[in-house]
Design a protein around this ligand. Sequence first.
Ligand code: BGC
Length: 358
Amino acid sequence: MKQIQCRIAGLLMALVAAGMLAACEGQEPEAQKERILPPETGQDEAVKIGFSMDTLKEERWLKDRDLFRQAAEKLGAEVEIAAANGDDALQIAQAEAMIQGGIDVLVIVPHNAEATAAIVHKAHEAGIKVIAYDRLVKNADVDLYVSFDNEQVGELQARAILEAVPKGNYVYIGGAPTDNNVHLIKKGVLNVLQPAIDRGDINIVYDEWTDDWAPENAQHNMAEALRANGNQIDAVIAANDATAGGAIKALAAQGMNGKIPVAGQDAELAAAQRIVAGTQTMTVYKPIQNLTAQVAELAVQLAKGEEIMTSVSVNNGKTEVPSILLAPTAVDAGNLADTVIADGFHSKEEVYQEAKND
Ligand code: BGC
């Protein structure tokens, strides 16, 4: 990550397009050339936002969808939403349809960080700006990236588990390798674990990605980790709560659920219930309502050609993308009430109802 003062403005874009100005500190003039003027939107005409989603499989994405629509409508914008069920070709086709249908700005949750670059090019050809939502699009001139600090997500997970298990055999259940967040999360985990690995205190005995983030793949991988190590596993870090749930099922099959610490991410209801039940140690809470509120506002501003300032940029392989990274919070049994429940992310009744032991 690189600190920059970066301005995106209609005026600026006009100057850049005219080849008069290489404006954004820390960016290559080359990358700037492809930036284009945002469409003219009449003052009283509602801004149309396209929200292209990878999936609605995990619980969080339903919140993202509903809260984003609410936040945008509160600002007087219209939202068109499509979810691609993890299908790259479908996500590209859906985004193309939105572009042709006359959206003013595109917000995208990429299924595949690389494949969705094609969507950014298509949107730009039509003069439409693109915000990468939660996940970065790689190798494309993305206009803005808004997410949680994913490296910090991994650090929070590893810190919590290292405190519980300072020495022993760890299993790492990663996410889908096509998702850029997955690599950032793992980097964060290793930032914290590496010194203990180097001392020989921690041994990562199994480390595998989870294709398409599918819980059944995570369960399969965890079963394999247990088998290969004769069940001699002391801790598990899983990239999200869905994969943690899969891993915990594999532990349960060996009578080991609740016996060793497991970390996840998302503060899904099932994970909060597992934390109460003692089968999952922690999760990472990312208040979706903060993300949707920010992105809705920024999308409207971009559509209107207004200026956006960020103090951070993230390199996506092609350019330094102006970025906003929100703070995640580690949640365990000790602070569930003060975080997830206090925010109304889940109700107390839901969390403490019948705790799941899966
Ligand atoms: C998100 C996680 C989510 C995962 C699977 C990641 O990119 O940041 O919150 O659990 O995708 O959908």
